[in-house]
Design a protein around this ligand. Sequence first.
Ligand code: CUA
Length: 313
Amino acid sequence: MEWLPTSASTFAPGVDFILWLVTIISVLSCIVVGAMLVYLVVKYRRRSDNDSTPAITHDSFLETLWTVIPTILCVVIFIYGYVYYDEYTTTPKNAIEINVTGKQWIWSFDYANGKKTLNDLYVPVNQPIRLVMQSTDVLHSFFVPAFRVKQDLMGNRYTYINFTATKEGVYDLYCTEYCGTAHSDMLGKVHVLSEAKFAAWEDGSADKAKKASAANIPPAELGKQLYSSKGCVACHSIDGADGVGPTWKGLFAKNRVFTDGTSANADENYIKESILYPGEKMVEGYGPVMPSYKGLLDDAEITAIIEYIKTLK
Ligand code: CUA
């Protein structure tokens, strides 16, 4: 069993060191105090009825000792904490900036070259990254255990995270601030790529390779994968349960009544429009909370999602 998550950023060793330092000091103190307590209770127990306790008012040596030792320990912990906190909050000069938006209940990432991703953050290894984060609604919190970084996102101001990933791989991203119904589905992945792979991802050639392999998957199957990976799962159930958005079960070809009193059949065009321009037709009983997926899903992916919805009868 591993005690701690994988350590994959430059901060991880420092954070783990402080954690171990505090844990070891606490455990040792607990053992010493507990053992002394038992020993002294036994040693100075009342042995007979006329056993009397000597009057002791204080002991300068002992009092100095139990003031000085804990003070030194606290100062040591503070210094380590301060040094690592300072490193954590200082942005390296050559950091790459990525904009992060938290929204009930998806993460969206905007890169300097105009690329956009949902729930999947792509970063190069051994390169300082600065995340400039904001929320469009309530508080969210960006937490990647493997990097030992966590920071709240707020509605009316930017907050920041700096980190340098040290190991290629895919790491879990959590929202760690309770933010409503689908808080527990507000999950993502951080993909740490080698410099070459990141460059390929940036110029789109990695996308093409991925699309080519996606072309071999039946559309409904691909749609099912997109349902989780693009965050649809947070608001739309597939078992008929009502969520923030309408369930996908039995949705296809169903008659929809909108807030303006009009209605339409949920055919392919209706679903595509709802994905790209969710505000156009609001189904009665639901709020205008869905973000537009324009630029985030291509036509083949939208078709795959429609095919998946068709299978949910
Ligand atoms: Cu966003 Cu919890």
